[in-house]
Design a protein around this ligand. Structure first.
Ligand SMILES: Cc1cc2nc3c(=O)[nH]c(=O)nc-3n(C[C@H](O)[C@H](O)[C@H](O)COP(=O)(O)OP(=O)(O)OC[C@H]3O[C@@H](n4cnc5c(N)ncnc54)[C@H](O)[C@@H]3O)c2cc1C
Length: 386
């Protein structure tokens, strides 16, 4: 039976809980707010399916190397409502048009990030845009399998470890399944997200009614989290002044497995991988307008077919794979934990997120000046190219 002795060796993908024939594995949050499997040993029949299905314990090797494209959706509204080039929405619309089902990460009523599925275009916007929190898979692998067995086309979108878990759970290749993953920096703790939101609500004395992690109204490079409240107020700060995003970007709040991610490779398990095409202004300058360009990796024939099917609605150009990921280290390398990560989680109960992040990520004046000069320099360069 599955026993997690090293937190780095579990990505919380829920594959073991979904596969257990006795439903005796529950996923429980630890003190940091990350889910880990807990086996009810009395009900366990030692079938060992949980271990066999774990995408980290029994890893699948892939040989193919992707073809890379820079691409964006010609539909301006969809593009601006997406994190990078709005490619996910385009692929999802195609699947729905063919009577298929789309699985992805959206908010529940309490703004927790959870996986679910949609069957209509109107519902699709719940999945659009990155949510920088670990998404709860729940029993969506079982739901996806049921749709696949009915012969419906299924698009499943998630982090590389979630796609790894789904594929292990399904055991076989389904022709009617398309998997789309992302190049993933790492996933922050749902507990930290919940605490950050409740502190925002307390300050505003009002409930949240809309969240956009990546509002691009000030430009794709200059994206900002925006939170709208019932009282009409809007929280919108630059990433340097948003403690939640600062903690995410400085690797303070990520899941332990993200610091030793086994899915960091160009040999991807998914059919199609999406990411931000950082560095587009140097690699394909004529596509740069600061509204968002996706890096699209085509990893399989199925990925190629779906990309071709939507290509008339795209502006796109093939790119050299190594050039394409040059500014995206998350494609191949895990980040290191922030040196004060333990301190942060040990004090999470008693201090506010703003206060803890300021303490852990405080930068000296010279460092701040160097970063400011670098930011201004990059901005000027982009303005000249535009
Ligand atoms: C936690 C996280 C880390 C990321 N790290 C990087 C990175 O280091 N480098 C990089 O280039 N890109 C990264 N991305 C991907 C990037 O932000 C965009 O999602 C990607 O470029 C696709 O953009 P899009 O405009 O085509 O579609 P969008 O509409 O922006 O993409 C939405 C898709 O992302 C999925 N999604 C959103 N939140 C989550 C989540 N919490 N868990 C699983 N799936 C989710 C949705 O289901 C949907 O399918 C990350 C995304 C997430 C969620």
């Amino acid at each position: 039976m599955i026993k997690i002795t090293d937190e780095k060796s579990c990505s919380g993908c829920y594959a073991c809980a979904n596969v257990c024939p006795k439903q005796c594995i529950s996923m429980e949050s630890n003190s940091e707010g990350f889910w880990y499997p807990k086996v009810n040993e009395e009900q366990c029949i030692d079938c060992n399916l949980c271990e066999k299905t774990c995408p980290i314990i029994s890893k699948t090797e892939v040989q193919s190397t992707p073809v890379a494209y820079a691409a964006y959706n010609r539909d301006e509204q969809t593009r601006m409502g997406s994190s990078s080039g709005g490619i996910f929405a385009l692929i999802a619309e195609n699947i729905l048009q063919n009577g298929g089902v789309v699985f992805g990460a959206g908010f529940d009523m309490g703004f927790n990030v959870v996986h679910s599925y949609v069957e209509t275009n109107d519902a699709l916007n719940t999945f659009q845009g990155s949510k920088y929190v670990q998404s709860k898979i729940g029993d969506t692998f079982q739901q996806a399998k049921s749709f696949l067995n009915q012969g419906r086309q299924v698009l499943f979108s998630g982090t590389p470890c979630q796609i790894g878990g789904l594929k292990k759970y399904l055991e076989k290749d389904y022709d009617n399944l398309i998997c789309q993953d992302i190049i993933c920096h790492g996933v922050p703790s749902p507990r930290v997200w919940g605490k950050f939101l409740s502190e925002c609500e307390k300050r505003q004395q009002s409930s949240v009614n809309h969240i956009d992690f990546r509002n691009k109204s000030d430009g794709w490079h200059n994206y900002k989290m925006s939170i709208c409240f019932e009282n009409g107020n809007i929280y919108k700060k630059s990433n340097q002044n948003n403690s939640y995003i600062r903690a995410f970007q400085q690797n303070l709040t990520l899941r332990p497995s993200c610091y030793a991610c086994v899915f960091k490779t160009l040999h991807r398990l998914s059919d199609i991988t999406l990411a931000d095409f950082w560095g587009i202004e140097s690699v394909v300058p004529d596509m740069f307008d600061d509204k968002g360009v996706s890096l699209v990796l085509i990893n399989s024939d199925k990925g190629k077919a779906i990309f071709n099917a939507v290509s008339n609605k795209l502006v796109y150009k093939e790119a050299d794979i190594h050039e394409a990921i040059k500014c995206n280290s998350a494609a191949l390398k895990s980040v290191c934990p922030h040196p004060k990560r333990d301190y942060f989680f040990e004090n999470l109960e008693h201090a506010s997120i703003d206060c803890l992040v300021e303490k852990c990520c405080h930068q000296s004046v010279p460092t701040r000046i160097v970063k400011f000069v670098y930011r201004v320099g990059s901005k000027l360069k982009r303005m000249i190219i535009k």
